[in-house]
Design a protein around this ligand. Structure first.
Ligand SMILES: Nc1ncnc2c1ncn2[C@@H]1O[C@H](COP(=O)(O)OP(=O)(O)O)[C@@H](O)[C@H]1O
Ligand SMILES: [Mg+2]
Length: 345
């Protein structure tokens, strides 16, 4: 059990590639933090600096109150779960689970006890005598988790552990990791580029963009109050629609003359009628209608030249070529200035 603190952490590769540009973050004991952002934004670099797999160019990393900048990975009391399971192919599951503990001279009966406990939690008891190649991808992923669990580390670090799995299994494992992390209450940092995985796993999300934190908050805070247009479009699928302001906007809450961008989530658009009270509407010509099961996504060309997507429940009666007037409830508009920063509401 441990807190993790990052204080103005920086990473420069090869003297000139600034991968992390000053990141500060306090992670609470037992908290599940998800680092999310597009490929190349620095997620793995930051995680590897916490793990001790990458040197720290500047700032401090503290685990359980101890500055770990100059400690070896093995001295940091953390366990890392990678996307390639990194199981030893010639060893059984039991031997794979025992390996790290043996290296630390853990007594045999303690090893057995921990393996039994972890195998039960992960429901892999019946596979303990098998070799990794005799397991499915999901089972191997569980063994990889098991190796982290038996160590009873101060923190778990995950680097895109599910990205090799097919979509259905990924959802299952995501639920399982969430359940395990909650029941073990071990401080965790989980890296993913998948915003859906991030939303469902995180106590708090950290959105990284080009080596800097864009925003930190609970999934719902980031969804409802994205601090920047980057977060607004990164979190949520389909993405938030961003439009240039047109029409009479004066009666939008928080309206100010420096509004450069108006954001509306696809589920918040409504078709305008005579009773729509406030000013923002956009005329949209329907270009495509996608039925995706329980709902449909309507794609249209808006007046300002942008493409907008809105969601309708079930099968849509809207036809391609139709022109619609779209608006949204007054409290569902997100307003941003010319720098892409939220105008607070
Ligand atoms: N060993 C390295 N040497 C030089 N540049 C690197 C190295 N590892 C990562 N980078 C660069 O640092 C940036 C962040 O990479 P990374 O942390 O792997 O991003 P992410 O995990 O978010 O995809 C990228 O621009 C990447 O090219
Ligand atoms: Mg990465």
């Amino acid at each position: 059990m441990a807190t993790i603190e990052l204080k103005d952490v920086r990473k420069v590769y090869g003297g000139n590639i600034e991968a992390i540009k000053g990141v500060s973050l306090d992670i609470a004991d037992g908290e599940m933090i998800v680092l999310v952002g597009p490929s190349g934004c620095g997620k793995s670099t930051l995680l590897r600096m916490v793990a001790g797999l990458e040197s720290i160019t500047g700032g401090d990393v503290t685990i359980a109150g101890r500055r770990v900048n100059n400690l070896e990975p093995s001295e940091r009391d953390i366990a890392m779960v990678f996307q390639n399971y990194a199981l030893y192919p010639h060893m059984t599951v039991r031997q794979n689970l025992a390996y790290g503990l043996k290296n630390r001279n853990t007594p045999k009966d303690e090893i057995d006890r921990r393996i039994t406990e972890a195998a039960r939690a992960l429901e892999i008891e019946q596979f303990l005598e098998r070799k990794p190649r005799q397991l499915s991808g999901g089972q191997r992923q569980r063994v990889a988790m098991g190796r982290a669990i038996v160590r009873k580390p101060a923190a778990f670090l995950f680097d895109e552990p599910l990205s090799n799995l097919d979509a259905k299994l990924r959802v299952q494992m995501r639920v399982e990791i969430r359940r395990l992390q909650r029941s073990l209450a071990t401080t965790s940092i989980y890296v993913t580029h998948d915003q859906m995985e991030a939303m469902t796993l995180a106590d708090r999300l950290v959105v990284l963009n080009a080596g800097r934190i864009e925003q930190v908050g609970t999934p719902i805070e980031l969804y409802e109050k994205p601090a920047t247009t980057f977060v607004a479009t990164f979190i949520g699928s389909p993405s938030m629609n961003l439009m240039r302001p047109t029409g009479n906007l004066g009666d939008l809450p928080n309206w100010s003359s420096n509004v450069a961008t108006i954001g509306v989530r696809p589920e918040d658009f409504v078709i305008a009628d005579a009773t729509s009270i406030h000013g923002f509407r956009t005329k949209v010509e329907v270009m495509a209608v996608e039925l995706v099961g329980a709902e449909s996504y309507v794609h249209g060309a808006a007046e300002d030249g942008s493409t907008v997507i809105f969601r309708v429940a079930g099968r849509s009666a809207i036809a391609i070529g139709e022109t619609l007037q779209l608006t949204a409830p007054a409290d569902r508009f997100h307003l941003f200035d010319a720098d892409g920063r939220r105008i607070q509401s």
